[in-house]
Design a protein around this ligand. Structure first.
Ligand code: IMP
Ligand code: MG
Length: 180
């Protein structure tokens, strides 16, 4: 049903699973003896978060934030708004922000700042996808990247266009006929 809106499959479910296992192993090694909390950025990170947390062999906790930076379109508005914050203090916690995609970097630079202000011991970024060509905030360098992708609007595995396609089990390029 949704397949006709996808012009190219960039990453299959198997590609993603292999990468998630690799990232999970790296995070497991890096966070030995630390107090890890994964902070997922809803809603796009939900599928990645669910897989990644099961690939990390450490005690950890999770939380979520909801921010809005996009309207219904495919380009950032540059305005980031917090809709759901983390209520507890983060002192003593090593925060790993989990994102679906790093694009302009505006969302993550804002989030990283807020989380640091809450007293986190450390703040790092894990993103499934990175579109470096579109970076505006150059200081944002993700610590864990699944895949670097070209400048195209992608959906699936949590990523949406106008709240649709999040349930596709792969990442694909959305056909421009859908939004043009
Ligand atoms: P940034 O603030 O420009 O880095 O935007 C990050 C957010 O924009 C991500 O968390 C996504 O929700 C959304 N986004 C950016 N590029 C895409 C895309 O290609 N497909 C779907 N959502 C995207
Ligand atoms: Mg989104």
């Amino acid at each position: 049903m949704m397949e006709k809106d996808i012009s190219e499959i960039l990453l299959t479910g198997a590609d993603i699973q292999a990468k998630v296992a690799e990232l999970g192993a790296r995070i497991t090694a890096d966070y030995q003896g630390k107090n890890l909390i994964l902070v997922g950025v809803l809603k796009g990170s939900v599928v990645f978060m669910a897989d990644l947390m099961r690939a990390i062999d450490l005690p950890l906790s999770i939380d979520f934030m909801v921010v809005s930076s996009y309207g219904g379109g495919t380009k950032t508005s540059g305005v980031v708004r917090i809709i759901k914050d983390i209520e507890r203090p983060l002192d003593d916690l090593d925060v790993l922000i989990v994102e679906d995609i790093l694009d302009s970097g505006m969302t993550l630079s804002y989030l990283r700042e807020i989380i640091a202000q809450k007293g986190a011991k450390s703040v790092r970024i894990a993103t499934l996808l990175d579109k470096p060509e579109r970076r505006v905030v150059k200081e944002i360098v993700p610590d864990y990247v699944g895949f670097t992708i070209p400048d195209a609007f992608v959906v699936g595995y949590g990523l949406d266009y106008d709240e649709r396609y999040r349930n596709l089990p792969y990442v694909g390029i959305l056909s421009p006929t859908v939004y043009e």
